[in-house]
Design a protein. Structure first.
Length: 647
């Protein structure tokens, strides 16, 4: 009997494995549906509530401080999202205090912890906090040493310090579609927390919008809107490095986006920072940052670098219509590189350098600024070339400025006004006059015949001029010869090319050719495929002004057999005639020999297409849980029968 009882117990366990499901417990402390519990904490603490269970809370006001120490899903009833209020019983404790992983809290109005936190995650992972409203707490949501959590669609408003805070190495969390508004200090705050993703959040009417502090590194901020905050929309400070900010909007703050206190090696791309009271994007004491394709309009200063912000790169930014300067470098901001930026229609200066040296400015457009195109004050050794200056006063010097260089050595390449040489800058005024317009260019190379003296000590020695190029480039094919033939499947085409004053681009039958060019004149080569029969080889040249010219040769490709083009017509059943003089292909099947054939040829019938029958898939069959239970049951029953027989 003993062995029989054991078998029955084992069978019961095996049958019930996998059939146990998570339970749902209800909570209601008011009229309406009868529930299992009247408080959330009682539902959590009950011995029957275990990991992966769900607690469903009906509409009402629950005054309690809830400690969540099991892996639970706690939802407000879906008919009452936002009407289920959980308010603190003790304002010095959190309303929800989560100490276990994989907890979900969804759909509550959390309030009253005015000395602490609405929802606090402490040392946990994998939690989901969503669709909650958090107000009148000290902090709405706080993650402390908690990672890999999801915060989405929460509203954190009117908290006395911070809306949402991630602190003390709370890493790799995702914050999406949250609203943090009207909090006394910061909307979203990261302190010493890295590798987090902040996406599509709205942060407004706080002191600071989004703030990354104390080595908060390698975070990604994308598509967030930070507007109408009293200080900065987005601010990185205290060595917050390697962050990526893209496609964010910072509007109507005092500062739009700021990097300060040694926040280095960050990337700001495609952000919009408009209509901020002070500066759209500013860097202070920060180095090696990349600012690319940002739009900065209608601020006091567009982009500002100050206090030894060195070795930064600004590329393809638009800094227009700002009250003071479009781009300004000051207070020993050195070794920065500005390329392909637009600084237009600003109220004072397009680009200003104040006590900042060893910078490089190239391919920028600086036009229609009210006072100066570019302003120098105590700034030295800056390289400026291939810029477009179109202002009433293009250059203003104040104080002592030495060693600035306004051109590079004449080099082949497309310049900012479409010419084929790089050298100095283009100089014009909005009224249509200017050095680059009024100075001769007798050899039409796009470089003015005279240098442009900017001060007693500084000159642009190679100022640019616009040249209308109407000369046709020249091209000829030297090999293969027109009318020649070949049995090869491709041919190398070579020839001569002359760009007539600019660098030529050569294609052969739409294939880019390799060129060797010296002073716009040289050779080209390209390999093009051939079809059997007639082929036309076209060689096309285009110069920097867009002028084109084309030449061609005709070439025939004959078959390797030499039999009038040879080859099969491609139809099934058509024999292929192969001369016996060549080494024939050995055919084990489908080959017949015609003893009456003339001219010593062998007729080889084409191979018929072999259609393989589909094969049954082979391999191991994965056992199902039911099969495993049946197998185990059979083994146990067999053991029992053997035991009884021995008995």
């Amino acid at each position: 009997m003993k062995i029989y009882s054991i078998i029955l117990v084992v069978l019961f366990i095996l049958i019930t494995i996998g059939t146990v499901s998570a339970s749902t417990f209800t909570v209601n402390n008011s009229t309406g549906d009868v529930a299992d519990f009247t408080s959330i904490q009682a539902a959590i603490d009950d011995v029957n509530t275990t990991n992966e269970d769900t607690i469903l809370v009906y509409q009402g006001t629950y005054t309690e401080n809830v400690t969540v120490n099991k892996e639970l899903t706690i939802n407000s009833h879906p008919d009452n999202l936002g009407d289920t209020i959980v308010q603190t019983a003790n304002p010095n404790n959190s309303v929800f205090y989560v100490t276990e992983d994989n907890v979900t809290i969804n759909g509550f109005n959390v309030t009253g912890a005015n000395n602490y936190v609405g929802i606090l995650l402490n040392g946990v992972n994998g939690c989901n906090i969503s669709d909650n409203s958090l107000s009148n707490n000290f902090v709405g949501i706080r993650l402390d040493q908690s990672s890999n959590n999801m915060l989405s669609n929460n509203i954190a408003n009117s908290n006395s310090d911070t809306g949402i805070g991630l602190v003390n190495s709370s890493d790799s969390n995702t914050l999406t579609n949250n609203i943090a508004n009207s909090n006394t200090d910061t909307g979203i705050w990261l302190f010493g927390s890295s590798n987090n993703m902040l996406n599509s959040n709205i942060i407004l009417n706080n002191e600071f919008g989004i703030r990354l502090v104390n080595s908060s590194n390698s975070n990604t901020l994308t598509n967030n809107t930070a507007s109408s905050n009293n200080d900065a929309g987005i601010r990185l400070e205290q060595s917050s490095n390697g962050n990526n900010l893209s496609s964010n909007i910072a509007l109507n703050n005092i500062f739009g986006i700021g990097l300060q206190q040694s926040s280095n090696s960050n990337k700001l791309t495609n952000n919009t920072a408009n209509s901020n009271t002070n500066t759209g994007i500013w860097l202070s004491e920060s180095i090696n940052n990349m600012l690319s394709s940002n739009i900065v309009l209608n601020n006091n200063f567009g982009i500002g670098l100050q206090q030894s912000s060195n070795s930064n790169t600004l590329t393809n930014n638009t800094a227009n219509s700002n009250t003071d300067a479009g781009i300004r470098m000051q207070q020993s901001s050195n070794n920065n590189t500005l390329t392909n930026n637009n600084a237009n229609s600003n109220g004072d200066t397009g680009i200003g350098l104040l006590n900042s040296s060893d910078n490089s400015l190239s391919s920028n457009i600086v036009s229609n600024n009210f006072d100066d195109g570019i302003y120098f004050e105590g700034s030295n050794n800056t390289l400026l070339y291939n810029n477009y200056f179109n202002n009433t006063n293009n250059v203003e010097y104040v104080g002592i400025n030495n060693g600035n260089i306004w051109n590079i050595t004449m080099t082949a390449g497309t310049n900012i006004v479409g010419g084929h040489l790089l050298g100095g800058n283009y100089w014009v005024h909005p009224n249509g006059t200017g050095f680059s317009v009024d100075t001769a260019d007798n050899n039409t190379d796009g470089i003015c015949d005279e240098q442009y003296n900017l001060s007693v000590t500084e000159s642009d020695y190679l100022p640019l001029i616009i040249v209308v190029d109407t000369l046709m480039p020249v091209i000829s094919i030297t090999s293969p010869a027109d009318g020649s033939s070949t049995t090869a499947s491709s041919v190398t085409v070579s020839g001569l090319v002359n760009g007539t004053g600019s660098l030529p681009l050569v294609t052969v039958n739409d294939i880019n050719a390799e060129t060797t060019i010296i002073e716009f004149n040289g050779t080209f080569t390209a390999t093009v495929p051939l079809v059997i029969g007639a082929n036309t080889i076209y060689a096309n040249v285009t110069d920097a002004a867009g002028n084109t010219n084309t030449t061609f040769v005709n070439i025939a490709r004959t078959s390797s057999s030499g039999s009038n083009g040879g080859g099969s017509s491609g139809g099934i059943g058509t024999p292929v005639i192969i001369p016996i003089q060549e080494e024939p292909k050995v055919e084990e099947e489908n080959t017949t020999s015609d003893s009456n054939a003339t001219n010593n040829v062998t007729i080889v019938a084409p191979e018929e297409e072999v259609v393989e029958e589909p094969q049954e898939p082979q391999g191991e069959t994965e056992a199902t849980p039911g099969f495993s239970i049946m197998l185990t049951t059979g083994v146990l029953l067999s053991a029992y029968v053997i035991y009884k027989r021995k008995d």
